[in-house]
Design a protein around this ligand. Sequence first.
Ligand SMILES: *Cc1c(COP(=O)(O)O)cnc(C)c1O
Length: 409
Amino acid sequence: MKLDNIRAAEARLLVQTYERTPVLFVRGEGVHLYDENGAAYLDFLSGIGVNALGYAHPAITAAIAAQSQKLLHTCNLFYHEGQAELALRLTEISGMDRAFFCNSGTEAQEAAMKIARAHAGVLRAEGKQIGTKILAFENGFHGRTMGAVSTTHKAKYREPFAPLIPGVEFVRFNDVADFQAKFSTEVCAVVIETVQGEGGIHIATPEFLATVRKLTQQTGALLIADEIQCGLGRTGQWFGYQHSGVLPDVVTLAKHLGGGLPVGAVLCTDEAARAITPGMHGTTFGGGPLACAVACTVVDTLRQKNMLAHVRTLGDYFQDKLRALAQKHTCITAVRGLGLMIGAEIASADLAKSIYTQMLERHILINRTSETVLRFLPPYVIERHHIDQVVEALDTVLTAAAVAGVKQA
Ligand SMILES: *Cc1c(COP(=O)(O)O)cnc(C)c1O
């Protein structure tokens, strides 16, 4: 089918959850995607923070080919070789003790919330005073299932599905006083993105994280770090919390972990994990042989190639270039980021939208989030000249926008 036919068919056949950009991709290689006419697009979105190693990475395609010839699925009633291997790698890089594997970010969040509720139950049985409330943050995003969406701040994502799970309260991000006011022994968990992704690239300050850690430690409430977007090297450290020195109790992962395959994970301390006994939680597909083999390959490749240092160096280079661009174009009102997780705040939503469209016309894929923020999540394997290409295109687009703006005035 051609793009036009696909659009017509989807409009008729699919539940309308997405307003897609009218581009039809048929393959990818390295940091480029190719449409049905063979035209190349430079990808600075990575499938929303998934394709850390780019497209058709030989290590990943080899792992998929090898594992698919051996074993795709066994179910979690039996052993296979992959889960211990992956858990070994992930606990080593995260400082956590144990892992649970699932298929997506929202599922990981769901499991994390269940661990926190169950853990509070264990503490109560031991005579400790702790409630069932969950604190989440304004502009936070944790997924779309009932539990995860209850902790997701945007009203549009939550309100049509009410009633949601009770006992969730939102705190202003990086606001120590608001956190102190809302935290109490009623709280069993605090859910935080150490770098907010969908919310527009906002970085939790080390002081704020230290306060959250201190108060949760005093009551036994679990600190859940949602590292689904900012984890696994995206910020130049394995995990976003490693920039602050604060160690959470539970860490959730997905996006980058599968190199393009759907893989999620919950990592946690022994203390958190003691709340879960056989039968309490589970999944048919989670932690399957293919997912584990590929995720191990992703982690090993990031390690061998010293990719984190590359992410830090190129992230700094990109941010410097964007800040220089902001000097020239005042419609860029802020540049925020860590590693290759970068946002540029634009003066208006309409302008941000038009920049997105014009970058696409120049065959560069970026993303607009939180209305006014251009979000850049390139594959880690980009080089300086790719950044130069994106910054030059932005410069051209913004110069044209400024000229158009003067003419209109
Ligand atoms: C994408 C995302 C999720 C949800 O992950 P899915 O795999 O889409 O369910 C949760 N939290 C954060 C921070 C995310 O970026």
